[in-house]
Design a binder for this molecule. Structure first.
Ligand code: S3P
Length: 174
C-alpha cells in the first residue's frame, strides 16, 4: 500500500477505533487529524472551539489536509467528523465512509465506559437536536465523498476490519 486510507464518518461512529484495529492487523501506522491539530495547537479541540470558534478549527483542518497531502503516504488516517469537507481529500488518499444510524452512534457512545468524557470533548454533540440535524445534513455528503462505504452498524470490529481489508487490498502483517 502506498496510498493512504482515510476514514470519514459522524462523531462517535468509531473512526479511531477502526483505524487502530486496522493498524494492528496490517502493521501500517495510523494517525488522527484531531490528534494532529491538538498537538499543533498544544490544546484540546474543546478548548479551540471555545476560545477561537468553529471557523478557526476548520482552518486548522485545511492546514492539516494540506500537510497530509504533501507529507504523508502509506498511512491509515482517521479524521474528525467534519474533516471530509476539505477540498483536497481525494488527493490525500482513498476515502472510506463508516456508515451507521444516529441512534446506533448514540448507543455506542453511551455504552462506552468513559461515556461522559466522550460527550464532553465533542462540542457539536452538546445539543442533541442540533447534532441530529447535522447528522441528517451530512449523511448524503459523506456518501458523495466516499470511494468506499462500509456499513458498521451492529458489526464486530473484526468484521469491519476484514471488510475494509478486502475492499482496499490492504494485507495482513507478516
Ligand atoms: C467534529 C467532530 C470531532 C472534532 C470536532 C468537530 C465534527 O471529531 O473534529 O469536534 O464537525 O463532526 P470526532 O468525529 O472524532 O468526534
Amino acid at each position: 500500500m502506498s496510498k493512504n486510507l482515510i476514514l470519514i464518518g459522524f462523531m462517535g461512529v468509531g473512526k479511531g477505533t477502526i483505524a487502530r484495529a486496522l493498524s494492528q492487523k496490517s502493521g501500517i501506522f495510523a494517525i488522527d487529524t484531531d490528534d494532529l491539530i491538538e498537538s499543533l495547537e498544544n490544546r484540546k479541540i474543546k478548548k479551540i472551539f471555545k476560545k477561537e470558534g468553529e471557523e478557526y478549527f476548520r482552518k486548522l483542518e485545511k492546514k492539516t489536509a494540506k500537510w497530509l497531502e504533501e507529507n504523508v503516504k502509506n498511512t491509515i488516517i482517521s479524521t474528525g467528523g467534519g474533516f471530509f469537507k476539505v477540498e483536497n481529500i481525494h488527493k490525500i488518499g482513498t476515502v472510506i465512509y463508516l456508515k451507521s444510524s444516529f441512534e446506533a452512534i448514540l448507543k455506542r457512545i453511551k455504552e462506552h465506559p468513559n461515556a461522559k468524557n466522550k460527550l464532553k470533548k465533542r462540542p457539536l454533540l452538546k445539543n442533541m437536536k442540533k447534532a441530529k440535524k447535522l447528522f441528517e445534513e451530512r449523511t448524503s455528503q459523506y456518501e458523495k465523498c466516499a470511494d468506499i462505504v462500509i456499513n458498521v452498524e451492529n458489526k464486530e470490529i473484526d468484521k469491519i476490519v476484514k471488510e475494509i481489508m478486502e475492499k482496499t487490498g490492504l494485507q495482513k502483517r507478516d
